[in-house]
Design a protein around this ligand. Sequence first.
Ligand code: SAM
Length: 199
Amino acid sequence: MNVSLCFENDKSVLDVGCGLGSTVDTYGVPDHVAIYGIDVNAEVIEQAKLLYKDRPNRFFLVCPAEDLRHFESNKFDKVISGITLMYIKIPKVVREVYRVLVPGGTFSASYETWKDVTKFMLRALTKLQIKVVIHRLYILMNGILFYLTGYIVPYLNGTIESFQSRRGLRITLGRAGFENIRFDGNRVFADKKSSSKFD
Ligand SMILES: C[S@@+](CC[C@H](N)C(=O)[O-])C[C@H]1O[C@@H](n2cnc3c(N)ncnc32)[C@H](O)[C@@H]1O
């Protein structure tokens, strides 16, 4: 399926796990849209602020994806996310994303597949990097759990990592209330119901 997003009539977009802010360009968000980038890493947020200091409609904030309390409900026309789903508590995040989207708004994110994880695991195996192999095994098991249930669990040190499958994404996004869940390459797209209200 070939899916793309149109941002022409949008007022504001949220970029989850924005890093230095390049996901916005990958999605082709035009300049007139107010873009809010959030990330847990204070250092990258400072760098992004510097990088975009001449762009008054780009806002950057240290904020965990799991807790979007800085933002009112029904605020964003779109929420996008690049190379971040694998590091976050997806079920919690998509519930928050659903809340902050306007009714009928769209969420889109890129995701990591089992192939990406096994590739790194095999490389670590050949180098006998046992700790890396164990961590990759955790990511694989977490991805399988996500495939079966739409839920994930943290690693021994409390961090999160998983791979995502279309089935798992359908389950967890559907559970949060999203509809019209669709895929294009390694990107997922899902819409908030038009009649949804979070007041
Ligand atoms: C691989 S980088 C992607 C950055 C950017 N989206 C891009 O495509 O270049 C993943 C980003 O997610 C951020 N991140 C990880 N866990 C997060 C969380 N729970 N909440 C918000 N951001 C998070 C990291 O700090 C990092 O900047």
